[in-house]
Ligand binder design. Structure first.
Ligand SMILES: Nc1ncnc2c1ncn2[C@@H]1O[C@H](COP(=O)(O)OP(=O)(O)OP(=O)(O)O)[C@@H](O)[C@H]1O
Length: 256
């Protein structure tokens, strides 16, 4: 695929933690305008990959390019184009929701008036206007997810990287978030998200990569990867479901 069609290009990305290789020479091309799902078992290396791709964790080897800009050689230019919803990153949660998103916009060098306008619109779109003066530390998990998403969107990035964006989010808010993301992708933005929920990925993503053992095992459009099966079956087929419930006989109520 030509370079100008690629929103995120990862080449030979590698990260070791001690003796353990979490991400192992991983290659991935995310086409522009795609809604790209990253799935994989626990510990597969998804979060580590996304952290390296977005300038949050320095790779031991390999490269990440966002719309042609090298994330690690030119982080300021690359990060201006990326919005990130990290998993479990500490927030400045002693700020109110309004203050937190405003701060995110000002940090990006935006004009105060523009920030105020966009923050108002984002909070309204995400149903957070009533909670805007509450401290983020007092938000529920789903509200926290939504306010973090607002922080990721405020500077109008071209690439959105979202770690588990629908986790802890209620169905109404999930639909709102999905609408915002679909609109974003339909207008030339690119969304990369990680999720464990296969039918969600199957429904909303155009492309998917299955990651296991720190490498991409299969990648393509959702239909290509599914190959006539459900994504869930394809995933289990590829990654292997090794559940040994036999060993848990003591959990069976019948053994009373
Ligand atoms: N800071 C760290 N120090 C040591 N090991 C780490 C660190 N971060 C991740 N790992 C290890 O790297 C591997 C990949 O972790 P990662 O969080 O990238 O997986 P994941 O695919 O996002 O998993 P999950 O689906 O459970 O969120 C795991 O074995 C994990 O224990």
């Amino acid at each position: 695929m030509p370079d100008d069609q690629i929103a995120l290009r990862l080449r030979g990305l590698t990260k070791r933690f001690g003796a353990m290789t979490a991400v192992d020479r991983l290659d991935l091309d995310v086409p522009r305008g795609s809604f790209f799902g990253l799935v994989g078992p626990n510990g597969a290396g998804k979060t580590t990959t996304l952290s390296m791709a977005t300038g949050l964790l320095r790779p031991d080897a390999g490269s990440a390019h966002v719309l042609g800009t090298d994330v690690w050689a030119d982080p300021v230019a690359a990060k201006a184009r990326i919005g990130v919803l990290p998993d479990g990153l500490r927030l400045f949660d002693r700020l109110t929701g309004l203050q937190l998103v405003t701060y995110a916009g000002l940090l990006r060098g935006m004009e105060r008036d523009l920030v105020a306008q966009r923050v108002g619109e984002l909070l309204a779109a995400l149903g957070l206007t009533d909670a805007q003066d509450k401290l983020v530390i007092d938000y529920s998990a789903g509200m926290t997810k939504k306010i973090t998403l607002a922080c990721a969107l405020v500077h109008a990035p071209r690439l959105l990287v979202l770690d588990e964006p629908f986790e802890a989010v209620d169905p109404v808010s999930a639909r709102t978030i999905r609408g915002i993301l679909e609109d974003f992708a339909a207008n030339g933005g690119t969304v990369v998200l990680s999720s464990h929920v296969m039918d969600l990925v199957e429904r909303i993503c155009s492309h998917v990569a299955i990651i296991a053992g720190g490498q991409v095992r299969v990648v393509g459009t959702v239909d290509e990867v599914r190959g006539g099966m459900t994504l869930d079956d394809r995933f289990l087929d590829l990654v292997g479901g090794t559940t040994d419930v036999e060993g848990l006989a003591w959990l069976r109520t019948s053994s009373d």
